[in-house]
Design a protein around this ligand. Structure first.
Ligand SMILES: [Cu+2]
Length: 281
C-alpha cells in the first residue's frame, strides 16, 4: 500500500544524518528543524506517511489549479480588459464536470483512508498486552502476560534526551504485535508515539485499545498528547524495542525489581517528577 516513496526528502536526510550521528544513542525523537513526520517504525506509520504524501500531492495540484483560475479571471475579466461582461449563466458540461470531478477525487481519497483506518482499528492477534495508565503526571505500565508486574515511568531530569528521558522505559520485543490498552487514573491523558503511528486517549473509567508492531530495535519517544494539567509537558513516553532474548531477560529482571512495589511506588528522589508528584497514590 505504498503510493509514494516513504521517508525524508534528500536534503533533509543529509541534515537528519548529521544530527543522527550526534544523537544516534538517543533514538527516534523530534529533531531540530524537522518538517517531515518522524521516521516510521511500524507498518501503520509507513502507511500514514504514504497517505500523507498522497494527500500532499492532491492538495498541491488543486491549490495551484484554483490559483491559476483566479489569475486568469483577474487578468482576462477585469473591467478594463473586458468592459462588456458576458451574460452567460449556464453551461451544462462545466456544471457536470465541476460536480463529478470533486466526487471522484473524494472517492480516490476515501479508499486508502478507510483502508488505513481499518488497519489501525482492527487489532491483529496480539503477542503481548501492555496496559498503560496515564496519571498526573507520569505513566504506569503493566504487563499482565509476563508476571503481572507494574511500574511507574517518570521523566528523569538528569537523562537525555532532555524532557524525553525517563527512569523506567516501556520495553517490548521487536516484530511482535503489541496490544496497548490505555486508561486514565485521574484526568484524560493521551498515549502518543509518532514513529509507531499511535495516538490514543487514556480516559478515566474507560479502557481504550490500540496496537503497534515495531519493525526495528531502538528507543522511541512520545509525549502525553492531551492537555492534562500543570506538568502535562513533563510526562514523556519512552519505548525501548529489543530482541526476544533481551526482552525475556528484561522481564526476569523487572519481575524482581518491581515485585516490591505493586502498582504505585515512586521512583528515587533524583527524578524530576517525584518532587512534585501527588502524595497518597
Ligand atoms: Cu497527560
Amino acid at each position: 500500500m505504498t503510493w509514494l516513496p516513504v521517508g525524508r526528502p534528500p536534503l533533509l536526510t543529509v541534515a537528519g544524518t548529521a544530527l543522527a550521528t550526534g544523537g544516534a544513542a538517543f533514538g527516534d525523537q523530534p529533531r531540530p528543524w524537522e518538517i517531515t513526520l518522524q521516521e516510521a517504525a511500524t507498518p501503520v506509520m509507513e502507511n500514514i506517511i504514504s497517505f500523507h504524501n498522497l494527500l500532499l500531492v492532491i492538495i498541491t495540484v488543486i491549490t495551484l489549479f484554483v490559483l491559476a483560475l483566479l489569475v486568469v479571471v483577474v487578468i482576462k475579466f477585469n473591467a478594463k480588459a473586458n468592459p462588456v461582461p458576458s451574460r452567460t449563466t449556464h453551461h451544462t458540461l462545466i456544471e457536470v464536470a465541476w460536480t463529478l470531478i470533486p466526487v471522484l477525487i473524494l472517492v480516490a481519497i476515501a479508499v486508502p483512508s478507510f483502508r488505513l483506518l481499518f488497519q489501525q482499528l482492527d487489532i491483529p492477534k496480539a503477542d503481548l498486552t501492555v496496559k498503560v495508565t496515564g496519571k498526573q503526571w507520569y505513566w504506569s505500565y503493566a504487563y499482565p502476560d509476563n508476571g503481572k508486574f507494574e511500574f511507574d515511568s517518570l521523566m528523569a531530569a538528569d537523562k537525555q534526551p532532555r524532557l524525553l528521558g525517563v527512569d523506567n522505559e516501556m520495553v517490548v520485543p521487536v516484530n511482535k504485535v503489541i496490544r496497548v490498552q490505555t486508561t486514565g487514573a485521574d484526568v484524560i491523558h493521551a498515549f502518543a508515539v509518532p514513529s509507531f503511528g499511535v495516538k490514543i486517549d487514556a480516559v478515566p473509567g474507560r479502557l481504550n485499545e490500540t496496537w503497534f508492531k515495531a519493525t526495528r530495535e531502538g528507543v522511541f519517544y512520545g509525549q502525553c498528547s492531551e492537555l492534562c494539567g500543570k506538568d502535562h509537558a513533563f510526562m514523556p513516553i519512552a519505548v525501548r524495542v529489543v530482541s526476544d532474548q533481551e526482552f525475556a531477560a528484561w522481564v526476569e529482571g523487572a519481575k524482581k525489581k518491581f515485585a516490591t512495589n505493586p502498582g504505585n511506588s515512586f521512583a528515587s528522589a533524583d527524578t524530576f517528577a517525584s518532587a512534585g508528584a501527588p502524595a497518597g497514590q
